[in-house]
Design a protein around this ligand. Structure first.
Ligand SMILES: [Zn+2]
Length: 320
């Protein structure tokens, strides 16, 4: 029996149900969870547990929380929410963000051991173990720090068998650099998910990523940018999913929104911004099921095929 490590212990891969592969249950900045939870929503528990229970009622039994330390990981809360709702939550190790100041020199091996400890011993002083590794690079492209973090994630994946997912920026060459870093440190392509695929419109580039033997994270939907930067509309993202599936890449796609249930980034914005963000995501973590899949069905895709992709592909991915 193959299992995935969740915040409440190992779960058999055939019990995961439909899986959202990259969401954020609680996210913030490093240290806020521990030291200044005053920035959290007052009704945090109520908001989060409602969204998780809505997922469960629709057959989404597992949520991978893509929140490592640099995004304010709080595994104690994740465990409580999982126990209260019965939804499996997978916690993340690896790295998102800049090099911590005042750390001094550190090696790939030291960081790999930190991630391995999160997977084998537990995160943040608890016995709650991580089941996913994150690598992150954005528009800035490669630098010595993110190279080190990708090497460390790859080494931890080789040592533990835990897969890696990538925060990336697909409109640029960023995914190529990340894959190079991971593969040169020995990571197995079938244990890598390149995320944020729906931020590009370049099918040829997506095919190149797919041809490396890795998985495609069809996520960043709905479009939720609010700072006026370039972004592909939600409608275009839906059409692009169809193009990807029509091009024969459906055997290695993983669906998710990358939509924070709560994040101090959004929760502390002005009422106007909060209302805008809220309007972009009707039904929250059910957006794909209730708003994306029906549109794809109108375009001719079989609803059962789409739903099965959210069950069978994560199972195969975690089984390696
Ligand atoms: Zn994310």
């Amino acid at each position: 029996m193959k299992t995935v490590q969740t915040v409440t212990g190992p779960v058999s891969t055939d019990k995961l149900g439909s899986v959202l592969m990259h969401e954020h249950v609680v996210s913030s900045s490093m240290g806020i969870a521990t030291h200044y939870p005053q920035f959290y929503l007052k009704n945090l528990e109520e908001v989060i547990e409602k969204d998780l229970l809505d997922c469960k009622a629709e057959g989404i039994l597992t949520v991978a929380d893509g929140t490592p330390v640099g995004l304010g990981r709080d595994v104690r809360l994740l465990k409580k929410f999982s126990e209260d709702t019965g939804v499996n939550i997978i916690a993340t190790t690896g790295w998102w963000g800049m090099e911590p100041p005042y750390l001094g020199p550190s090696t790939d091996e030291q960081w790999a051991q930190c991630f391995i400890d999160d997977i084998r011993v537990g995160c943040d002083g608890t016995d709650i173990k991580a089941g996913f590794l994150k690598g992150a690079m954005d528009k800035e492209g490669p630098n010595p720090w993110n190279r080190k973090m990708h090497h460390a994630a790859a080494m931890a994946s080789v040592e533990t068998g835990v897969p890696i997912f990538l925060h990336t920026y697909c409109p640029t060459e960023t995914p190529r650099h990340q894959l190079q870093f991971l593969l040169e440190a020995g990571a197995a392509p079938n244990k890598i998910e390149v995320g944020h695929i729906l931020e590009t419109v370049d099918l040829e580039f997506v095919k190149w990523i797919y041809d490396q033997g890795v998985w495609l994270g069809l996520e960043r939907i709905p479009c939720q940018h609010f700072e006026g930067e370039y972004s592909v509309t939600t409608e275009h993202r839906i059409r692009f999913i169809k193009e990807i599936l029509d091009a024969g890449m459906g055997d290695r796609v993983l669906f998710s929104h990358d939509l924070p249930i709560t994040s101090t980034l959004f929760d502390n914005q002005s009422d106007e911004v909060k209302a805008y963000v809220e309007a972009q995501k009707p039904d929250h973590l059910l957006f794909i099921k209730k708003h994306v899949f029906p549109k794809l069905a109108e375009m001719g895709l079989d609803p059962d095929y789409l739903w099965n992709l959210t069950i069978e592909n994560p199972r195969k991915f975690f089984e390696g």
